[in-house]
Design a protein around this ligand. Structure first.
Ligand SMILES: [Zn+2]
Length: 379
């Protein structure tokens, strides 16, 4: 059979220096040794998970569709487009002093700051590539993740908000409106916070209904956190019941995200992707399989084709099952490429789905949004 000619490609931005961030070992993400376990876990946000994401894109069946691009360090001055100077100074000082636990589970160790600067700079390079018209679909394969990092503080394994910095770059480069679709299993509170008072950025997040988890994460991710001032209505939180699954996610996207994006009409979409929404993730309970990720990829692709001239930036966040995160990434990118048949079959999916609760929850969010959000009223 003749090899099919790729109709599209994804430019993957990556630098192996990001592997040098080492969050240590302990009981799950605590960094603590209780003294009675012979075998301690690596911190869930470890380099192995990303090594498998790199290798599956290099050697998996999607590899002919992938072009590899170099990453780079962000300049400190670039970070100030999203973060406060005081916070950046805190990180620089913590690095100079040999490291610091910034909040629960979030360890800036030797090597972490360099990796963080690489993650931010690499995401900026990926965005610039798309803005400059050098490629339509770019994927920033980065760690440490970023979507919990707020303008003034670290949170949830995140130091710098990679996606937020890229959105700001797009705005500064002449994009009038940018939409963010965050499907990591946790609330993208940092990105939401960064644009909470802006009507130029529509931040949307589908997440587990985990609520606040302390001072580093004061936001609830609830439906009534809608933005403030000019930004009122431009932060759409979609907390989904545990076990929502493939069909529930697709329902949430088609009923809530697609209509909002259609009305917002962004020039650029950023897909903030975490594979911790999978059925096998130690950090999530949302039960997506590869097919769910594939379908999400297809839906996002149709949105960017309709509104953004096909331009899409994808930014890597969580995803902690060492094997399945890589497979789900592969499936999501297959969907984004709009490939007609799956390239890779699912090695472990077997979760029985029941979308009843999810549909009920999504319908009630829809009624709420149509009642009170000005730009969504009237449908
Ligand atoms: Zn997450």
């Amino acid at each position: 059979m003749a090899a099919s000619v790729p109709t599209d490609r994804i430019d993957v931005f990556w630098d192996e220096g990001m592997l040098n961030h080492d969050s240590g070992i302990g009981v799950f993400d605590s960094g603590m040794d209780p003294g009675f376990l012979d075998v301690l876990d690596k911190h869930p946000e470890n380099s192995d998970r990303v090594k498998n994401m790199v290798s599956i894109l290099k050697r998996g069946p999607i590899s002919p569709y992938v072009s590899w691009r170099p990453g780079r360090h962000a300049l400190l001055s670039e970070l100030l487009s999203f973060h406060s100077p005081e916070y950046i100074n805190e990180l620089v000082e913590a690095d100079k002093e040999g490291g610091k636990m910034l909040c629960a589970g979030t360890f800036l160790n030797p090597g972490s700051w360099d990796a963080s600067l690489l993650a931010a700079g690499t995401t900026l390079s990926a965005m610039k590539h798309v803005l400059d018209g050098l490629g339509k679909i770019a994927y920033a394969l980065v760690r440490p993740p970023g979507h919990h990092a707020q303008p003034t503080q670290a949170d949830g394994y995140c130091f710098l908000n990679n996606a937020g910095l890229a959105v700001q770059l797009a705005l500064n480069s002449g994009c009038v409106k940018v939409a963010v679709i965050d499907i990591d299993v946790h609330y993208g509170n940092g990105t939401a916070e960064g644009f909470y008072r802006s009507d130029k950025v529509l931040t949307t997040s589908l997440h587990m209904n985990h609520g606040t988890w302390g001072p580093s994460h004061p936001q609830n991710g609830s439906i009534d956190e809608l933005g403030e001032g000019e930004g009122y209505g431009y932060n759409l939180n979609i907390p989904l019941p545990n076990g929502t699954g493939d069909r529930g996610y697709v329902y949430a996207l088609t009923e809530l995200i697609v209509p909002a994006i259609r009305k917002f009409e962004p020039q650029m979409i950023v897909l903030v992707i975490g594979q911790d929404s999978s059925a096998f993730d130690p950090n999530g309970r949302q039960c997506l399989t590869m097919e769910g990720y594939r379908e999400i990829g297809r839906i996002v692709r149709s949105l960017v084709d309709r509104h953004c001239g096909g331009r899409l930036l994808i930014v890597q966040e969580g995803g902690y099952h060492i094997t399945y995160s890589a497979y789900c990434l592969h499936a999501a990118l297959e969907g984004v490429l709009n490939l007609p048949i799956p390239l890779l079959s699912d090695p472990i999916a077997y979760y029985p789905e029941d979308e009843g609760l999810a549909v009920e929850g999504i319908e009630s969010i829809k009624r709420f949004q149509k009642d009170i959000i000005p730009f969504l009223k009237g449908d």
